[in-house]
Design a protein around this ligand. Structure first.
Ligand SMILES: [Fe+2]
Length: 179
């Protein structure tokens, strides 16, 4: 089966619709960090980068009267739950392997514990840890990381380069397994 690539995921209209809200720059940057952390932690980079790219797709419109109140938003926020559902639906539509879709969806669900009354420290799987950590690295106070700009064409270039790196890692892993 050919891999559903990051470029395939990014180009889909569902991704385009929801990533605009939380910011393409943040999504693509976190995917890059997730690749590096995945290699370092021996996590599947295909799963890690997909989860990272989609981790914030559950955010809803957060402007009210042209202004956005970060504290108010956080109080009611369930973006991880919404994102998990949206990411799963999107990947299934793209023809993704169902196990991959599930793993990505759960990693999106657990990338933050801000909506839970307990923390997830030391409870995440290596994949879930990599995604949460990649997000943390790019985070800025008051949600400012969601406002950094990036052109769609630049995003596609970066994701394409990441796809090539992912394919290389997966190829090498396969070679190791068969030798
Ligand atoms: Fe994030």
């Amino acid at each position: 089966m050919t891999r559903v690539t990051l470029v395939d995921v990014f180009k889909h209209r569902i991704t385009q619709k929801y990533l605009q809200r939380s910011g393409i720059n943040h999504a693509v940057t976190v995917a890059g960090y997730a690749f590096d952390l995945a290699v370092k932690n021996e996590v599947d980079p295909n799963l890690a980068t997909k989860s990272a790219l989609l981790h914030d797709m559950g955010h809803y419109e957060w402007y009210r009267d042209g202004k956005w109140d970060y504290d108010e938003y956080r109080k009611h926020d369930i973006h991880a739950i919404k994102g998990a559902e949206r990411a799963h639906k999107l990947l299934i539509r793209l023809g993704e392997d169902r196990l991959v879709a599930k793993e990505v969806s759960v990693a999106v669900l657990l990338h933050t514990d801000s909506y839970l009354n307990f923390d997830l420290d030391n409870k995440r799987t290596p994949l879930q840890y990599v995604v949460a950590e990649a997000d943390r690295i790019d985070e800025q106070p008051n949600g400012l990381h969601h406002y950094k700009q990036m052109d769609k064409s630049d995003a596609l270039k970066i994701l394409h380069r990441l796809d090539l790196k992912i394919d290389k890692v997966l190829e090498n892993d396969e070679k190791k397994m068969s030798s």
